[in-house]
Write a protein that binds this ligand. Structure first.
Ligand SMILES: [Fe+2]
Ligand SMILES: [Fe+2]
Length: 154
């Protein structure tokens, strides 16, 4: 099992691929936004449940950054929910998509450049790999939740 930092970065890279497609306006915008939701929401919730508390414990200097990260997750999720309720051709949708992508990129950069490197300096390999397993399991649980919520409203 890869360590949690690698798993998180892999998710970020997958998300970036969908962002590139949205920016290139290739494909069905609504479907792409749903892909963003499936990649981003379970990822963020699994970070909140499994990873962020471990970072606060192991690297307490990062606590403020982690709290900022949490607030960023919540804001991005609000924007995404708003977008999923809109017609992609509506005026303002493009601007909102661009703003959401910008926010996520900023957040990812903070995780990858600051929070995660400081955490992996302090954490043992065993801790990183155990967290990786728990992160993956939590993500699966939240993806399942998202899909069943979606099928109830569809
Ligand atoms: Fe992340
Ligand atoms: Fe995050």
């Amino acid at each position: 099992m890869a360590g949690v930092v690698t798993l998180i970065k892999d998710d970020h890279a997958q998300l970036e691929k969908v962002f590139k497609q949205l920016e290139a306006q290739k494909g069905d915008v609504k479907k792409l936004l749903q892909q963003v939701e499936e990649l981003l929401v379970p990822h963020s919730k699994a970070e909140e449940e499994v990873v962020y508390p471990a970072i606060k414990q192991t690297a307490p200097d990062e606590a403020d950054e982690v709290d900022d990260g949490l607030a960023e997750h919540h804001h991005v999720e609000e924007v995404l929910t708003q977008l999923l309720g809109m017609d992609p051709d509506e005026p303002g949708a493009d601007g909102l998509i661009a703003a959401m992508i910008g926010e996520v990129r900023h957040h990812v950069e903070e995780e990858e450049q600051d929070i995660l490197p400081k955490f992996s300096d302090e954490a043992s390999n065993q801790q990183l790999s155990e967290l990786g397993e728990r992160f993956t399991a939590a993500k699966e649980k939240y993806l399942e939740e998202l899909r069943s919520a979606r099928s109830r409203t569809a």
